[in-house]
Design a protein around this ligand. Structure first.
Ligand SMILES: C[S@@+](CC[C@H](N)C(=O)[O-])C[C@H]1O[C@@H](n2cnc3c(N)ncnc32)[C@H](O)[C@@H]1O
Length: 221
């Protein structure tokens, strides 16, 4: 049996995903009434992300159930011990990644979030899942918090914060990616610059779109 599929984590994740289903972005009038163009503009903005995510601060915005399972599988099967995550929110993806670390025999997960109320919720969820000892939450803008004091060899990265910042976050992590490191980027379609970079062997990556929402990339070594 695994940490992901047994109590306390399995029922906790089932509840958190059910709650997330009931609190989609469309449940917020200002998001529901936004035009598709305005939504795309905000998602692609390198400056308005704080405003956008502050408006959505009470929403969990998690990866899909399938992507959550994929994160666990990739981290578990690659034997990851060192993971970095951009965008914690309520900690649903973090719980999947930390579960894999637990089943790999331990490790370190550094995650980043700028909304204090979300960090409080993520901490509570990680404690309820019995995984808080594996996770360091860095509070503040990830452009700063992931800019220093990183592990020397990162095994796996999840990019799931402001989409427009994926290239800048990759800049901060790149020299610490071990050869063969995996990078999962959720909804990377909003960041064409990022996709062009990770789809370039010359830039040092192999990359494929995976399932509906994910770009799965590997650092060449
Ligand atoms: C899509 S949600 C993350 C969901 C989470 N990965 C999960 O699956 O449970 C994105 C989160 O990133 C945070 N965020 C966005 N840009 C950020 C930045 N520059 N620094 C830190 N956090 C950021 C937002 O506040 C939001 O909570």
């Amino acid at each position: 049996m695994t940490t992901l599929t047994t109590a306390p984590l399995a029922p906790l994740l089932a509840r958190l995903f059910d709650e997330a289903d009931a609190a989609s972005p469309a449940s917020l009038p200002e998001v529901r009434e936004m035009s598709a163009d305005e939504r795309t503009r905000l998602m692609q903005s390198k400056t308005d992300y704080l405003d956008l995510y502050t408006r959505m601060k009470d929403l969990p915005l998690p990866v899909s159930r399938e992507t959550g399972a994929l994160l666990y599988m990739l981290a578990r099967s690659s034997g990851a011990r060192t993971i970095v995550e951009f965008g914690t929110s309520f900690g649903i993806s973090t719980l999947h990644l930390a579960a894999a670390l637990r089943d790999n025999g331990g490790g370190r997960l550094i995650t980043s979030e700028f909304e204090p109320s979300k960090i409080t919720r993520a901490r509570a969820n990680l404690a309820a899942g019995g995984l808080d000892d594996l996770v360091e939450i860095r509070e503040g803008d990830a452009l700063q918090t992931l800019g220093a004091d990183l592990p020397e060899a990162i095994d796996l990265v999840l990019l799931d914060g402001a989409k427009a910042l994926y290239p800048e976050i990759l800049d901060r992590l790149e020299t610490n990616l071990r050869p063969g490191a995996l990078i999962v980027a959720d909804n990377a379609d909003y960041s064409p610059d990022y996709l062009a970079r990770v789809r370039s062997v010359a830039a040092g990556y192999l990359s494929v779109p995976f399932a509906e929402d994910v770009e799965l990339s590997m650092r060449l070594g």
